[in-house]
Each structure stands twice: as C-alpha cells, then as structure tokens.
Design a protein around this ligand. Structure first.
Ligand SMILES: NC(=O)c1ccc[n+]([C@@H]2O[C@H](COP(=O)([O-])OP(=O)(O)OC[C@H]3O[C@@H](n4cnc5c(N)ncnc54)[C@H](OP(=O)(O)O)[C@@H]3O)[C@@H](O)[C@H]2O)c1
Length: 264
C-alpha cells in the first residue's frame, strides 16, 4: 500500500494570503514598502501608512499596479492614539477588518546620551515602541474576535546588543522584543500570533548617516559575518513567513535577519 504522507497540505500554499487585509506602518518607503509589496504579492490587500501621504500614495499605487491587489494610502502619525484610531477606521471602512499588522514605522536619533535632548528620547521611544503598542492595542483584540491574526513588530540587532550613541533606539528596540512576548502570551489562544523581526543593516533612509560615511559603512560590513549589508528584498521572505499560516506555531518569537551579526 502507498505510504500516507504526514504532510497533508501543500507547504507553498501555507504562504498564500488571498483574502487577508494588512496594515503596514512605515510602509511608504524602506523595509515597510518591501514588506507591504511582499504581502500583496502573496494575495493580501494592503494599507500603506506613514506621516507622508505622497510616499504612501506612490507606494500604494505601485503595489496595486504590480500585484492587482487593493492598496490604499493613509497618512497618520502612529505615535498618537487618536491618529491610530482614525487610520484604523479608514482602513476598515475601505478594505474591511485587518488580519495582519506590521509595525515598521521607525526613527533614530544618534548621539552620546549626555548630548541628547529629552525630545530626542521621546521621539525615538514613541515611534519605535509606543506606536507598536498603540497599533497592536487597536487591531489585536479585533483579530482575536475573528480568531486569526498576525502582528509583526520591527526590532533590530540593537534589541539585543548595545552600541555607543544609541541610547533611545536600543532601549526602544529592546522594549519591542518584550512587548512582542507579552502580547503573544495575551493573545496566544485566540489565533493571533505576535512576533518580532530584528534586522541587521539595510540601506534605507534611517541609515543615511552611516551610508554617507564610508568609514562607518565599512565598519558595519566588518561586523557582518556574511560580509555585506542586507539587500532590501531579503526582508520580504521573513515578513511573509511570519504573516502567513506557515508560521502558525510561532508566537512571541524573534527572527534575526542580520547576516549573522548577533550569532557572534
Ligand atoms: N534599515 C535598517 O537597517 C534597519 C535595521 C534594524 C531595524 N530597522 C527597523 O525597521 C523599520 C523600518 O525601517 P526602514 O529601514 O524602512 O526606515 P525608513 O526607510 O527610514 O522608513 C521609516 C518609515 O517610518 C515612517 N515613520 C516614521 N515616524 C512615523 C510616525 N510617527 N508615524 C508614522 N510613520 C512614521 C516613515 O515615514 P514618515 O517619516 O513619512 O512618517 C517611513 O515610512 C524601523 O522600525 C527600523 O527601526 C531598520
């Protein structure tokens, strides 16, 4: 008799996102744009969110044109609960209930701790840590009610290592990992997973000061066992994986996409 295989589903189908609706904060450019595109390529409708409507519109139009999925743009400052509520209502009215949230909005202000202003700390901690909390708090319970959801928070290698000149960013990104774990535990039995992606260096706006300084750029390359910075498309697979049914037994976890930096 033919053997009955234990894998009874098509593994590739687990990555399909048809019928899902996603919100990607910071989706107007950089890693958020790549992740929003990847979700749409897999079949999801997407809402692209940042403070700059033109960026979001350009990205949403390109995604819709290239994937045939619905893609909308919403301008919102996700550090403010009222803006998060307005953004969420707009998305739900246009696309329907949200199944996938990627918190990719991020900002960095570098400098020695004693030289940073209180406003630098507040900005960096609010965008990187408070905003994921506000967005998860808005969308997570509704995902729980429907019994399926995916939340992905963007940490960093600085979630687990330290570097001089990074006090607010490293503190916020460390917080992101434990926020992820707490939310994962709170929603674990409701079909909602919460995970973090911790990237190493990718050439996006947030790294402009390093990209503009050949010595700093080279110093980063020397820290990377893979011997190079990440290429933008290399964030697409990890995001799609965690957003899909392929990662249904993974929650409260942290996926390092860092060329081996934190393996050392
Ligand atoms: N690139 C890397 O090497 C790297 C490494 C580790 C972690 N990360 C993390 O990955 C995420 C994406 O970074 P990225 O490389 O794509 O950076 P990026 O190109 O600078 O994009 C950041 C995005 O966040 C948006 N944003 C900033 N403040 C916001 C706010 N208050 N409300 C709404 N949107 C806001 C920006 O748009 P507006 O300014 O127009 O609002 C932009 O769309 C961030 O969380 C970052 O910390 C990146």
């Amino acid at each position: 008799m033919d053997k009955q295989l234990s894998l009874t589903v098509n593994a590739l189908d687990l990555f399909r996102l048809e019928g899902r609706r996603a919100v990607v904060t910071g989706g107007g450019r950089g890693l958020g744009e790549v992740m929003a595109t990847a979700l749409a390529q897999a079949g999801a409708d997407v809402a692209v969110v940042s403070r700059t409507l033109d960026d979001c519109r350009a990205t949403a139009e390109a995604i819709a044109g290239q994937t045939g999925r619905r893609a909308m743009a919403v301008a919102a400052d996700v550090t403010r609960a009222d803006e998060v509520e307005r953004m969420a209502s707009e998305v739900e009215q246009t696309l329907g209930p949200v199944d996938i949230l990627i918190n990719s909005a991020g900002v960095n202000v570098r400098g020695a701790a004693h030289e940073l202003a209180e406003s630098d700390w507040d900005l960096v901690v609010n965008v990187n840590l408070k905003a994921p909390f506000l967005c998860a708090r808005r969308f997570g319970p509704r995902m729980c009610e429907r019994g399926w959801g995916r939340i992905i928070n963007m940490g960093s290698i600085l979630s687990v290592i330290a570097m001089p000149g990074r006090a607010p960013y490293a503190s916020a990104k460390a917080g992101v990992v434990n926020l992820t774990r707490v939310l994962a535990l709170e929603w674990a039995n409701s079909g909602v997973t919460v995970n973090a992606i911790c990237p190493g260096p990718f050439a996006t706006e947030i790294n402009r000061p390093i990209l503009n300084d050949p010595a700093k750029y080279k110093a980063f390359v020397e820290k990377l066992p893979i011997g190079r910075w990440g290429e933008l498309h290399e964030i697409a697979g990890p995001a799609l994986f965690l957003a899909s049914d392929a990662a249904s037994f993974i929650t409260g976890s942290t996926l390092f996409v860092d060329g081996g930096w934190t393996a050392q």
